[in-house]
Design a protein around this ligand. Structure first.
Ligand SMILES: Cc1ncc(COP(=O)(O)O)c(C=O)c1O
Length: 317
């Protein structure tokens, strides 16, 4: 266990990459991964990085080089919920002699098992679903003993990414209810995603459990349920998105995800990763982490906030 999801990610990168190595990574991923692999490691440590759409296996194959030591994917990806095919990418990594690390935070260990699909390392931000209560920070890397021993030395000892005992205790308390919570998050998120998809005020909805999701079939193959994160946008400008978010009464406008409470965050079109997002996201998007509240209450909250933002919604009286 490490001090945060980021320390688990950074510990993995620092352990298995050195100057002159090459890493392939999802082009859409958590902001710290994007910055570490896109800017920090290339500029400071001469580690080459290629960011590709890892849902596109041909693009991924083309990105691999003789000095590729690591393929790092995030599935579902933050914030788009893009799904990458773990089993197929594991084959590509094996052939290339590279390790495959999978950030499985959005799915949690209850819904997806990357090691069983051929990944070498699985990374979780424990801060999210595994703790589940939004009151502690933690990270974990899971894999073969010889790999984990190396990460332990580097991330815990050399980089000091150790978790505090109190945070570890909170997470151990929270994880007990993980199966119950993940079933509820998934059930509510599917209901809300279907509601959003049918709503004329909504521009698009990405949720891996929707048949319309571009990688729904892959999600079906490798996830047992689809978790609680929905990406969507309104047919409106950024000001109306902000008005919508600030009018919500149950759903809390805040970063982070996977908590008992519903959280939503609006990312405007000025985001530094915007050019990597699917085209629909370019006007800005919302990342909605569906909490454990009653799904109908959440839908009612969305309805009233859409009305406050002057957007015409479904008439669901
Ligand atoms: C997919 C993913 N991985 C890692 C992290 C980082 O986790 P932490 O906040 O525990 O450092 C996040 C945070 O949002 C995330 O969404």
């Amino acid at each position: 266990m490490l001090g945060s999801g980021v320390s688990a990610l950074a510990g993995t990168f620092f352990t298995f990459l050195k100057s002159g190595d090459h890493v392939v990574c999802s082009d859409v991923s958590y902001i710290a991964v994007y910055r570490l692999l896109h800017q920090y490691l290339p500029e400071k440590y001469n580690i080459e990085a290629t960011l590709v759409d890892t849902a596109d296996l041909d693009a991924l194959r083309k990105a691999v080089r003789p000095n590729t030591k690591l393929i790092h994917i995030e599935t579902p990806g933050n914030p788009t919920t893009r799904i990458s095919d773990i089993a197929e990418i594991a084959k590509i990594a094996k052939q290339a002699g590279a390790l495959l690390s999978v950030d499985s935070t959005f799915a949690s260990p209850y819904l997806q098992h990357p090691l069983a699909l051929g990944a070498d390392l699985v990374i979780h931000s424990l801060t999210k679903y595994i703790n589940g209560h939004g009151d502690s920070l933690g990270g974990a890397v899971i894999g073969r003993r010889e790999l984990i021993d190396k990460i332990k030395r580097q991330a815990m000892v050399n980089l000091g990414g150790i978790i505090s005992p109190f945070n570890a205790w909170l997470i151990m308390r929270g994880v007990v209810t993980l199966p119950l919570r993940m079933r509820q998050h998934s059930e509510s998120a599917l209901k809300i995603a279907r509601y959003l998809e049918a709503n004329p005020a909504v521009k698009f909805v990405y949720y891996p459990g929707l048949e319309s999701h571009p990688q729904h079939e892959i999600a079906k193959k490798q996830m047992s349920l689809y978790s609680g994160i929905i990406a969507f946008a309104l047919r409106a400008d950024p000001a109306a998105h902000n008005k919508f978010v600030n009018s919500l009464k149950i759903i809390i406008p805040a970063v982070s995800l996977g908590h008992d409470e519903s959280l939503i965050v609006f990312t405007g079109p000025d985001d530094e990763r915007n050019h990597f997002y699917p085209q629909e996201f370019s006007g800005g998007h919302l990342r909605f982490s569906v909490g454990l509240e009653d799904a109908d209450d959440l839908i009612a909250d969305i309805e009233q906030a859409l009305a406050q933002a002057g957007l015409k919604s479904n008439d669901r009286s």
